[in-house]
Design a protein around this ligand. Structure first.
Ligand SMILES: CC(C)(COP(=O)(O)OP(=O)(O)OC[C@H]1O[C@@H](n2cnc3c(N)ncnc32)[C@H](O)[C@@H]1OP(=O)(O)O)[C@@H](O)C(=O)NCCC(=O)NCCS
Length: 177
């Protein structure tokens, strides 16, 4: 069944084949944001996979963030499974987000990150939805806090980007928070 999660300013919806060119155009460092720029070339959107159906399975997923006011796609939220133990209960969804530059700073990222956690809690049995971001990415930290994620701590030297090792801050929402 197609996903359509309606918020106040944005909705989340499935990625379709019609979005392929747009997704390709969002692969630049400017569109993804400097904190998502790992200097590795991204492969073009897999159109055959998109033609097969929604980009969601038991290990990962992706949805388009669409601005309700004008129906314009403004970015993506995605998630993948992280395992903290061999049993199913010890899995967590790790979510990520990127909005195009002109859509940032209007509360849309906050709403999208709240909606994606709500969606994952409602549609899967997972206990934990987490996100991490660079210690210098103040907008994302603030946005996660406003979206109900709780700051947990700093992972030191965990990400190599822009020629240096970076610390990340970890955030999470638990089902019973
Ligand atoms: C990070 C991102 C998802 C946040 O979404 P957004 O819609 O821009 O954020 P919001 O408007 O909901 O909220 C941002 C908050 O951060 C604050 N903020 C923004 N830039 C800031 C800065 N440089 N310093 C301090 N605070 C900042 C805003 O004031 C706002 O807080 P407030 O409501 O208390 O004023 C979005 O900016 C984005 O896609 N950025 C590029 C990609 C990225 O960094 N993704 C995360 C990688 S882990």
């Amino acid at each position: 069944m197609a996903v359509y999660v309606e918020g106040e300013g944005v909705r989340l919806r499935d990625v379709t084949l019609d979005d392929a060119d747009l997704l390709d155009s969002w692969m630049t460092p400017e569109a993804k944001g400097s904190f998502n720029d790992f200097g590795v070339p991204r492969s073009p959107t897999d159109r055959e996979a998109l033609a097969r159906g929604p980009q969601r399975n038991e290990r990962n997923g992706e949805l388009i963030v669409e601005r309700i006011a004008d129906g314009r796609p403004i970015g993506t939220v995605s998630w993948h499974l992280e395992r903290y133990g061999p049993n199913e209960e010890s899995g967590a969804w790790n979510v990520g987000i990127a909005l195009i530059p002109e859509a940032r700073g209007h509360g849309h990222g906050t709403e999208a990150q709240r909606l994606v956690a709500d969606f994952l809690f409602a549609t899967t049995s997972i206990h934990r939805v987490e996100a991490s971001t660079d210690v210098d990415n103040v907008a994302e930290q603030r946005s996660l806090e406003k979206a109900g994620y709780v700051r947990e701590g700093v992972l030191r030297g965990v990400q190599y980007r822009a020629g240096a090792w970076h610390d990340l801050v970890n955030y999470a929402r638990l089902r019973d928070d």
